[in-house]
Design a protein around this ligand. Structure first.
Ligand code: TYD
Length: 141
């Protein structure tokens, strides 16, 4: 499988609809907004200030990470380069390709981190140990 780096991961501007009614609607459509079919949606919330989440990579799964409410930071790491993104707009999604380590921190109070994933939940797809991640990436220090 192709090995992606952090520069292959980027913010996608989501469709945003205004109308005469108050408030906005953003839409994510398979194959249009995201180049994969969404098979699962989950969301993280009530993360206490100072806590971090993530700290893993996926072997095959792609994700679109959206700050549906509030803000948090996502740091992506391909084993060579780290890149941080502050997510704080519900109409932006961070497209994370497979094989990238991610750490999430700096959650604001009330933040909701919504994740649209290309695969169903499979623990086998996770790499939770950083040294195993470097092995997976064929990086030897
Ligand atoms: P995990 O993905 O490790 O959380 P984080 O977002 O911090 O990376 O998942 C935390 C727990 O939730 C773990 O025990 C697995 C479980 N889980 C599921 O059962 N199904 C899911 O779709 C997800 C994302 C997690």
């Amino acid at each position: 499988m192709e090995k992606y780096n952090v520069y292959d991961c980027s913010i996608i501007e989501l469709d945003k609809h205004h109308s005469d009614r108050k408030g906005n609607i953003s839409v994510v459509e398979n194959g249009i907004t995201v180049p994969f079919d969404v098979k699962r949606v989950y969301y993280l919330y009530d993360v206490p200030g100072g806590e971090s989440r993530g700290s893993h990579a996926h072997k095959e799964l792609s994700q679109l990470i959206i700050a549906a409410s509030g803000s948090f930071r996502v740091t992506l790491d391909d084993g060579n380069v780290k890149r941080s993104f502050i997510l704080n707009r519900p109409y932006q999604g961070l497209y994370v390709k497979p094989g990238i380590w991610r750490d999430l921190d700096d959650f604001s109070s009330g933040a909701v981190c919504m994740v649209l994933a290309s695969e169903v939940y499979k623990e086998d797809d996770y790499i939770r140990d950083y040294n195993n991640f470097l092995d997976f990436r064929n990086i030897h220090r």
